[in-house]
Design a binder for this molecule. Structure first.
Ligand SMILES: Cc1cc2nc3c(=O)[nH]c(=O)nc-3n(C[C@H](O)[C@H](O)[C@H](O)COP(=O)(O)OP(=O)(O)OC[C@H]3O[C@@H](n4cnc5c(N)ncnc54)[C@H](O)[C@@H]3O)c2cc1C
Length: 506
């Protein structure tokens, strides 16, 4: 298999394309002002210095020459990792900062049986640049597993393998910095000053990719400990033992994976699985439904009125937020076999349509009060361990809260343009892009891997002020409504020629 060098082709293409855009050659690699670029000098006030109580080292900063980068990515999860891989062949000078000391992907849930819930072709790069050396296929090839992957007749992959793939990508990029906990992002002259636990950086634009954090029910927040914890910590705690009664709260994928893990480890552990849903619903990811996870769908969605977007997100929740069909079948089969050999007895039960109302400690155990949603009937159970598989929510660290003051808001979240840049009601010195925070604006795809490469190609186009990657989205199988040229044009997403050509394409 031929491996393509990352940078040279792209840079050459850009040199030609830049000439067409009348940007002086000297600007290449410096992200100089382009008419449509976010780095335009328009409305910039060079003398304006934004100060805060934290600005004690402002003076030193003016004296020392901190290099002004084009963009800094905060957080290195799959979303910003993809951005880093796709930015590499562009002339943008970028750096990505991560507070952990290495790349991790939800380590507390990296269970032995967990599978990636999307095609592995939804990796960091493939769907916008199938020739990129950072593709999952290239990873397989270089690890000698390309043929065996094809031969296993099942195109899915484990989450553990995908973590290895992400780590492999991370190991090949020289723009990533680990153990850098971002504390502050402050508008400063024509960009931002980004302070971490160790250093200060400057960049004209920021892409915040700090991911999600566990959603904990109010009644459990003050009780978190070694026997009451969120599913995100599951593998980092002592695993349930045979003599325990474990309550798993939450009927989604994480809850189901933990149930499978407990059932596999021991036949004796007593399990109660409580869900507010009326049943254990499987994810709906049939081929037609997956059309909702395409760039064209996302663009159309973004142009809809708010109420319609809310309704669609609500109505299509199970296309993203259910238990994988395979896992449902495995769990049911496992329970059936146990009922045959007599080990199931009363060791497993599902309580549907219930919510946890209260948790109190009771003789070294936990008393859990439950409300049945339909009947308002109360009941209580005694358990030894509570695992809260209650989902995740966008993480908003203090620096982000401060930065987003003055952002236009919709449904409690900042309004993002089609390029994922936050819309502000006040002047900002450069764009702030947000990953993973726009379910109601871009649709359910914004929180999963389906369009990760596409999203980042939009951010790159926005930073450069022109399209860089070839538009690979093509035609959809389902035409939901007549294409609205007007709304798409207003959203700034009409097809434009790309400057990065996929080699071999016509
Ligand atoms: C268990 C689980 C499994 C999933 N599986 C799938 C799947 O199979 N398919 C799919 O499409 N989607 C899946 N998702 C949804 C989505 O793809 C993931 O949530 C994905 O991790 C989102 O990537 P991210 O980069 O936004 O965030 P994260 O992976 O959460 O990464 C954010 C990073 O930012 C860092 N950070 C936070 N604050 C700072 C700071 N101040 N300074 C520096 N760094 C900081 C964090 O340490 C973290 O490493 C899954 C989600 C979960 C929770």
């Amino acid at each position: 298999m031929r491996l393509l060098p990352v940078s040279t082709d792209g840079v050459q293409d850009l040199a030609i394309a830049d000439a067409q855009f009348t940007t002086p050659p000297a600007a290449i690699g410096q992200a100089a002002a382009h008419p449509k670029s976010h780095f335009s000098n328009e409305a910039k006030d060079p003398d304006r210095i934004y100060t805060t109580a934290n600005d004690k080292n402002l003076h030193e900063l003016k004296e020392t020459s901190v290099e002004m980068l084009d963009v800094i990515g905060i957080g290195i999860g799959p979303f910003n990792l993809s951005l880093a891989a796709l930015i590499e062949p562009t002339p943008l000078r970028a750096l990505f900062l991560e507070k952990r000391d290495a790349l991790f992907w939800h380590p507390g849930l990296a269970l032995p049986n967990s599978r990636l819930q999307v095609s592995p072709l939804k990796d960091c790069v493939t769907l916008v640049d199938p020739t990129s050396p950072y593709s999952f296929l290239n990873y397989l090839a270089l690890h000698g597993r390309l043929y065996s992957f094809v031969n296993k007749r099942n195109a899915s992959t484990s989450r553990r393998e995908f973590i290895e793939y992400y780590r492999w990508v991370a190991g090949r990029l020289n723009t990533l910095r680990f153990s850098e906990d971002v504390k502050d992002v402050i508008p400063f002259r024509d960009g931002y000053r980004i302070s971490t636990n160790t250093t200060t950086y400057m960049a004209r634009a920021v892409v915040v990719g700090v991911g999600v954090e566990p959603k904990i029910p109010a009644c459990a927040r003050s009780l978190l400990c070694g026997t009451v914890y969120h599913a995100a910590d599951y593998l980092e705690r002592q695993l349930p033992c045979a003599a325990e009664h474990v309550l798993v709260v939450g009927g989604g994928q994480s809850g189901a994976e933990i149930i499978e893990d407990i059932l596999t480890r021991s036949v004796s552990t007593q399990i109660t699985w409580a869900t507010s849903r009326s049943n254990l619903f499987a994810i709906d990811d049939n081929s037609f439904v997956n059309e909702a996870y395409t760039p064209a769908y996302s663009r159309r969605f973004h142009a809809l009125p708010l109420q319609q977007r809310r309704d669609i997100v609500e109505g299509e929740m199970l296309t993203s937020d259910g238990i994988s069909v395979d896992l449902c079948s495995r769990l049911y089969e496992m329970l059936y076999e146990r009922s045959v050999d007599g080990t199931l007895a009363d060791r497993f039960r599902v309580l549907s349509s219930v919510v946890v109302k209260d948790i109190t400690s009771h003789n070294k155990r936990w008393r859990v009060d439950l409300d049945e949603i339909a009947t308002q009937r109360n009941s209580c159970i005694l358990v030894d361990r509570i695992v809260l598989a209650t989902g995740f929510q966008p993480r908003t660290p203090p620096f982000l809260q401060a930065l987003l003051e003055g952002a236009c808001m919709e449904d409690g979240l900042p309004v993002l343009g089609p390029d994922y840049a936050v819309r502000f009601s006040r002047h900002m010195p450069g764009p702030i892009y947000l990953q993973n925070q726009s379910r109601v604006q871009h649709g359910l795809q914004s929180a999963n891997l389906s369009l990760v490469a596409y999203r980042n190609s939009q951010i790159i186009d926005s930073l450069l002020g022109r399209p860089f990657y070839l538009n690979t989205s093509a035609r959809q199988m389902i035409e939901v409504c007549a294409p609205s040229d007007t709304s798409e044009r207003e959203a700034g997403v009409v097809a434009r020629p790309s400057t990065r050509q996929v080699l071999g394409s016509t």
